[in-house]
Design a protein around this ligand. Structure first.
Ligand code: ATP
Length: 223
């Protein structure tokens, strides 16, 4: 059976989630207090309704409990975002993802029981900063304040070197979890595996160490 999603708040963030879920063939209920927004998404979402989600009865009458995943994408109105989340937790929705506007908002949302809190502007800023430091960094996933996983493209500097040659664990405290070469993924690569220009390395480590490693070995711009 298709997964059922509800997206509350049809700003740029919520709206793009609705569009993408629809593209992926999912059932999406789009909800906003603003009629214009609802009309804008009427043809994109499976259903679009105008409702104020801070009202528990309204949420119950929409059958929100039956949705597999509810995304709260109300940003600016922090009070509405918190109240809506609280109602969803009390109603017992299985998966609740909420967009946070700032760190305090994020803290409150986690405390009241949101299952996942996302902070798209901050996360995208971090990713872009890493990509600015080295254009070889393709993607970046923050694990904690200190540790991350990055996808780095191997440039000319490491072409033909084995993992022993590079000695990333001893020199930078970083571990290569996998190497992607085209469609192939080599999980837990061996020390004697040779890297090729264009390989994508999935590396785990402390932010500071990853940055040092990026600059020493993967920032081909600075050659
Ligand atoms: P984005 O940064 O994603 O573009 P935005 O700044 O355009 O967001 P926000 O103010 O964050 O918009 O709110 C997103 C949407 O949430 C708006 O369309 C707004 O009408 C809707 N919204 C706000 N409060 C409620 C509520 N209580 N119930 C339902 N929808 C709401």
């Amino acid at each position: 059976m298709k997964k059922q999603f509800a997206v509350i708040g049809l700003g740029r963030f919520g709206g793009s989630i609705v569009k993408e879920l629809n593209e992926l063939g999912m059932e999406v209920l789009a909800i906003d207090v603003n009629e214009e927004k609802v009309n804008e998404y009427a043809s994109v979402a499976t259903h679009a309704v105008m409702a104020d989600t801070t009202d528990e009865n309204t949420l119950r009458s929409l059958g929100i409990r039956n949705f597999d995943h509810v995304i709260v994408a109300i940003g600016d109105n922090i009070q509405s975002s918190i109240l809506t989340t609280l109602m969803l937790v009390e109603i017992g929705v299985d998966h609740i993802t909420v967009k946070a506007q700032n760190d305090y908002h994020e803290k409150v949302l986690s405390k009241i029981g949101a299952h996942k809190v996302v902070h798209p502007e901050r996360d995208m800023g971090i990713r872009i900063a890493h990509n600015l430091v080295s254009k070889n960094v393709l993607d970046y996933l923050e694990l904690s304040d200190e540790f991350s996983i990055v996808e780095i493209e191997a440039g000319a500097r490491v072409d033909g070197y084995t993992l022993i040659d590079l000695d990333l664990r001893a020199k930078y405290g970083c571990n290569i979890m996998a190497v992607k070469r085209g469609e192939d993924i080599n999980v837990s690569p061996a020390a004697e595996d040779v890297l090729k220009h264009g390989d994508v390395l999935i590396v785990i480590g402390a932010d500071r160490d990853i940055t040092r490693m990026e600059q020493d070995l993967f920032d081909d711009d600075s050659d």
